[in-house]
Design a protein around this ligand. Sequence first.
Ligand SMILES: [Mg+2]
Length: 252
Amino acid sequence: MKKVLAFDIDQTLNVAKTPITDEIASLLTKCLDHFEVCPISGQKFDQFLIQIVDRLPNPTTEQLSHLHLFVAQGTQYYRYQDNKWQQIYNYPLTDEQVQKISNTLEQAAKESGYWEEDKLQPGDEIIENRLSQVTFSALGQKASTDAKYAWDPDCKKREKIVARAKELSPEFDYEIGGTTSINAITPGMNKVFGMTHLLEELDVTKEDILYFGDMTQPGGNDYPVVQMGIDTITVRNHEDTAYALKGILGIL
Ligand SMILES: [Mg+2]
């Protein structure tokens, strides 16, 4: 019997960068009665609140105590304690690292012909400092979901940018995630980092965890979890995840 259900967010619990559906919200809340629930994603803390926590239907303090937020690929960890979300740890990048990664991604995208600054909405940005990682979002954060889906469905554009970025600054790792994103990190600061800390913080073993992700193929941002030897369910979208959760909750 698994003790922990861990989830990628984008495309696993939601339509990338949008709040989870009522169905997923209800299923996750039920899961909190039986499992430790650990969303882990490259996104920032405020997006965990907007996309997941605020969508849960009237969770109790007891239920929230079983929700563990592994922000920025688990380089930041938040728990609900004393009636508020508290940061338990944080491993940020240095200012120099952020600057170098930002310059590298911009140059690589420009040289690849995929620097789409003209398509950005006002106030939006392509490169975002998420403290523990730097994220490239080809069309910015505010682009429509349709536009994001259409931009790079086969990941070929991002693979080209990543190949060039690796030549320019090989000391960093670059992972493809979501629909238009590339996450740049220092080596090891990927989901393995988050999952390793999860094991420690929750005092569980790899065998206790069941992980859900949509990018479990080599090069995808969920692949490091597969490589760790954690049991993984590959989903295409949140409908697949809902189907699997209903099965899990149904047999309890
Ligand atoms: Mg994903």
